[in-house]
Design a protein around this ligand. Sequence first.
Ligand code: RI2
Length: 321
Amino acid sequence: MEALPKKVIEIAQDINKMKIRGAGKIAQVAVEALKVVAESSNAAVTEDFMAEIKLAAKILLQTRPTAVSLPNGIRYVLWRLMQAKKTIEEVEDLKTCVINVADQFIKNSKVAIQKIGEIGARRVKDGDVILTHCHSSAVIAVIKTAWNQGKKICVNCTETRPLFQGRITARTLGQVGIPVTMIVDSATRHFINKVDKVIVGADAITANGAVVNKIGTSMIALVAHEARTPFFVAAETYKFSPETMMGDSIVLEERDSSEIISSKLLKTMKNVFIRNPSFDVTPAEYVNLIITEKGIIPPQGAVSIIQQEYQWFISNEMDTL
Ligand code: RI2
């Protein structure tokens, strides 16, 4: 079997280092990497081609553990490839299959964001103050769509320690004219009574409607719950986790301490240890609704989405990797 193309390894490294980030984006880019494998493969027999694709999938899956969009995107391609292989005997035809399916996933993913924008914007009223956390393409779509409809809204956005993804949100929204107030994460409770609704993205949604998102999200949900401020989640259906229906739990990524404090500075402190979890879990009872491209659902509807969208996974227990 040939070595994987350099570009695929680079994509995997960029996802791991968070040069490429955002649950939706990493799924799109990982699927794009499978397409690169197909485009550059010199495999002479279908078995070799399948082995190359599976190796790339394995490497990409190891890059980040929490966002379910990543395995869901990769499975989308692998499942269809495996179905195609039952009848296809030519390597070239399998390559075409991967390329077409990858394009289809990326296109669907972009359309989903657009639909979430349209559906979510209906829940945004003229004059609303929206609080968001981290940087989510799905949330940006909702806010921008509402703004483009002429709703005079403004946004409070947290910095999102330790990597400050809130700055991406602030810059993106500010650029189109939306007034943005950036606050430190811990100022959320101070401002919550001036907020009409919270909208955050998701890295994973479990069968019981819990939402896994950037660290700090569950604290914001708790604050919103106490203040009776609606808490919305914007997420494509490929962020829903079929594994959680089979009994697995979501692995919460913990990243290097150097994202919080330099190792040089840390060495000057005695008996100090750093913990850097990237994600936390917001229980369903703190979530008012989830905006998906298929419509708005209560968190209790997560299980139905998983049953509808991932029946093929559930009934086949896709353990091919
Ligand atoms: P979209 C991000 O993860 C954030 O947690 C964000 O809320 C979530 O992905 C969803 O983002 P990270 O890659 O898919 O910054 O909506 O750790 O863009």
